[in-house]
Design a protein around this ligand. Sequence first.
Ligand SMILES: [Zn+2]
Length: 183
Amino acid sequence: MGFFYSALFSHVFHIQITPVFVLLNIVLSYLPDTDVPVELLQRGRLGGREHGSHRGLTHYPILYLVTTTILYFVLGSSWAVIFFVNIFTHFLLDSFGSGWGLKWFWPVSTDQYKLLANREDNSFAWNKLIARWKTQEFNEKALKYGDDNWFRNLYFKPTPTLAFELTAFLAGLLSLYAYILLT
Ligand SMILES: [Zn+2]
């Protein structure tokens, strides 16, 4: 998404497209995943049955609402929008597909929310708009249905997730390329 947003925001906010601006959008779109290397260092692995979701503090939306507000007052509305859209697209994508969604309403509620999933086993479901798990329940489900080899099973096999992410990556890259050619 970083590539696509670089082109979009450059156009909308009249910001010159530079490698730094593109890099900034890429960093922002992955910012919530800074908990990934931390967990890898601490546990030597990510997610899995006993741990369930790797999505900790850096995946709590409220922190970014606060940051967006600060950015708005310090740097103005363009940068607040760039920050907000990059981060919340990440959260929206994390609410689908692989994984167990997010604690969208932390600290008000520690429930885990996911879109289009079966509450019972976390499988994909077109007709279930929102699945919600309480912490205790979520830990039990993760133990039962979680996958210790989720990374390998998700990205080293032809899964819909892999196809989606590759397509999104290529589409983003192409949109940026086209934008640079046309402007
Ligand atoms: Zn994430």
